[in-house]
Design a binder for this molecule. Structure first.
Ligand code: 4IA
Length: 414
């Protein structure tokens, strides 16, 4: 039912009485390339609307996105957080023990991941993450001085998370790029079964065995985040069969998100040189600048919930087992929430943005994600006086991620 794709263009789903209809397809190239006008249309139509092409409810305002995220008993995750309804179709992979789960099982998995990805962990890894960011930017400047053109995606925003995060998890150096192929497929799979998903699934096929192998204890270095999961299994908190599944969550959620969070942030700063100048003048703006970039160009654009019962949301009746898409990136540009929302302003403190979600499923890795973003922007601020785009950045269209394929730049050294 809900797997209708743009190719079924003649087929639409009849709107429930009283719910405003917005006739958009959030999965076309046009929408994904520049979603912001369509987001505004969705917000204008009301807090809860109907998208006939997929037969789904949608929330695009900050208040309605927040309300759904914060009522996890009514709006569940266990039926999947993408378009597919796992009550009606088989998940494409075994369900995540944390993402696609509800209390009480979610609570147990969450507690373990939250302990591993804690503020205390950040204090332990901060020096290493900072040093890696600084040495990467140094190496880029050396290569550039030798005549190379630097690509801020291929050479920076992909390289940095692929170094520090698998190091922290305890994944060996070889073939880490597989994690990017895997992430691209996972995030496409939250959308419809369109050509974009098919292509990424074909590309990931040969690396699936590598991913699954790196969820196993024997392929995880002692003391890393992955090993800590197995230690939790040794302590009886989860079973040894559950451990590789929680490691899989690190490998699914921990790379493509920060790759694009950092890529989007660098692009925002390149596009807004006066904001980069502010960062240059005050390096303590690195963290708020990353936060504002998350608001302005949210790496994760959409997530779904499924109703566990008949309910009412902002006056709209929603039947049990309905899918609701939440436009996080639209909530983050809602003029009802943010003054001048289309202005990228690193001095804004965008507390309450939805880029990490909200409520019991709010990003469990956010302290590590923020650390990565902060130290990369701070390393640039120290060594680079200006970031010049050498050509139009290219997007990597993905059903869920606001992703970049390439961004040729000149980094003007200090
Ligand atoms: C998982 C929301 C996104 C970052 C995410 C993707 C996959 C998983 C969790 C979160 O596999 O558990």
């Amino acid at each position: 039912m809900n797997t209708a794709s743009a190719s079924d263009s003649l087929r639409t789903f009849e709107a429930p009485a009283g719910v405003p209809v917005v006739d958009v397809d959030p999965y076309t190239d046009e929408f994904l390339t520049d979603p912001y006008d369509a987001h505004q249309r969705l917000r204008e139509a009301g807090p809860v609307v109907w998208i006939p092409a997929y037969g789904i409810y949608a929330c695009a305002r900050h208040d309605s996105v927040h309300a759904v995220f914060n009522d996890h008993a009514t709006y569940i995750s266990g039926a999947g957080v993408g378009l597919a309804n796992f009550n009606q179709e088989t998940p494409f992979r075994p369900k995540s023990l944390i993402l696609e789960a509800d209390p009480p099982s979610h609570t147990k998995a969450r507690a373990i991941l939250a302990r591993i990805l804690s503020p205390k962990t950040v204090t332990q890894i901060r020096a290493t993450f900072t040093a890696e960011a600084e040495s990467l930017v140094d190496r880029l400047l050396v290569r550039q001085a030798a005549g190379e053109t630097i690509d801020a995606v291929k050479d920076l925003s992909e390289v940095y998370p692929l170094k520090v995060f698998p190091d922290a998890v305890g994944v060996g150096e070889a073939n880490r790029e597989n994690l990017l192929l895997y992430g691209n497929m996972i995030f496409n799979a939250f959308g419809p079964r369109n050509e974009r998903l098919q292509k990424s699934a074909e590309l990931v096929q040969p690396v699936t065995a590598w991913i699954m192998a790196h969820c196993q204890r024997e392929n995880l270095l002692p003391g890393g985040f992955g090993d800590l999961i197995y230690q939790a299994a040794d302590a009886g908190e989860i079973t040894h069969a559950e451990a590789p599944m929680l490691v899989r969550s690190f490998l699914s959620a921990g790379v493509d998100t920060t790759v694009n969070g950092i890529g989007n942030a660098v692009l925002c700063l390149a596009n807004h040189p006066e904001q980069y100048a502010l960062l240059r003048a005050d390096h303590s703006l690195a963290r708020p600048a990353f936060e504002e970039a998350l608001r302005f160009e949210s790496a994760v654009q959409t997530f779904f919930r499924t109703t566990s019962k008949d309910t009412e949301l902002f006056g709209m009746q929603i039947p049990k087992d309905s899918k609701i898409v939440l436009f996080l990136a639209s909530a983050n540009r809602d003029e009802r929430q943010w003054p001048d929302p289309d202005r990228f302003d690193i001095q804004r403190r965008p507390v309450g943005h939805m880029a990490f979600g909200s409520g019991i499923h709010g990003c469990v890795g956010q302290v590590v994600a923020r650390l990565e973003g902060e130290v990369v922007l701070a390393a640039l601020a120290k060594r680079v006086s200006r970031i010049e785009l050498l050509g139009a950045p290219k997007r990597r269209l993905n059903n869920t991620l606001r992703a970049l394929a390439s961004m040729p730049v000149r980094l003007i050294p200090v």
